[in-house]
Design a protein around this ligand. Structure first.
Ligand SMILES: [Zn+2]
Length: 182
């Protein structure tokens, strides 16, 4: 199989960390992993944990990569909200392309044991939701200032779990809560 990332090397069978079957490029050292191989290994080794104290040096390719099996463009999927880093996924074949260093990044992020979960729609949706939340938090912090934001956030959390929240909100927002006039 030809490497579709660097377009120079051959994808040669290997075992990643001596654990599960994959292919590695002879030139760019990226990995091609079939999810069924990964899941089968995980089923046999449910307790296995990867070393997370690891350094990684990534040769990321930002351009679209073709699936080495089907030749179609692979989707780029984010790993988590903590990193902007994206891996390439061929949904039709069920394969993942990891650039050199990306496997090490997965280990560092504690995600090497969850590679199959990262690829699910549910996981990807959570990343989008949490990224949006982070963005809003930044906007509020900017607008209110760090201390005020912290205070108002605490007040809001306290208010929203209070059984009298509707009355309390009316009290806070009224121009004069002690006036009989509306
Ligand atoms: Zn390559």
């Amino acid at each position: 199989m030809k490497c579709t990332s660097c377009k120079q090397g051959e994808l040669i069978p290997c075992f990643i960390d001596g654990q599960f079957r994959a292919h590695t490029c002879t030139s760019c050292e990226g990995h091609w992993i079939l999810i069924e191989d990964y899941v089968a290994w995980k089923d046999r080794n449910p307790q296995f944990s990867f070393d997370e104290s690891i350094q990684c040096d990534i040769d990321e390719t930002n351009q679209a990569i073709l699936c080495p099996v089907s030749g179609t463009i692979m989707r780029k999927l984010r790993l988590s909200t903590r990193t902007e880093h994206r891996i390439d996924y061929s949904a039709s074949v069920g394969g993942v392309w990891l650039d050199k260093g990306e496997w090490e990044l997965l280990k560092k992020e504690g995600l090497a044991g969850s590679l199959n979960a990262v690829l699910t729609a549910h996981w990807q949706r959570n990343i989008r939701i949490n990224s949006t939340k982070d963005n809003f938090a930044e906007i509020y912090k900017d607008k209110f200032g760090q201390d005020t934001y912290k205070k108002v956030k605490e007040l809001r959390e306290w208010l929203y779990q209070h059984p009298n929240k509707a009355d309390l909100r009316a009290y806070i927002l009224a121009d004069d809560p002690y006036s009989a006039e509306k």
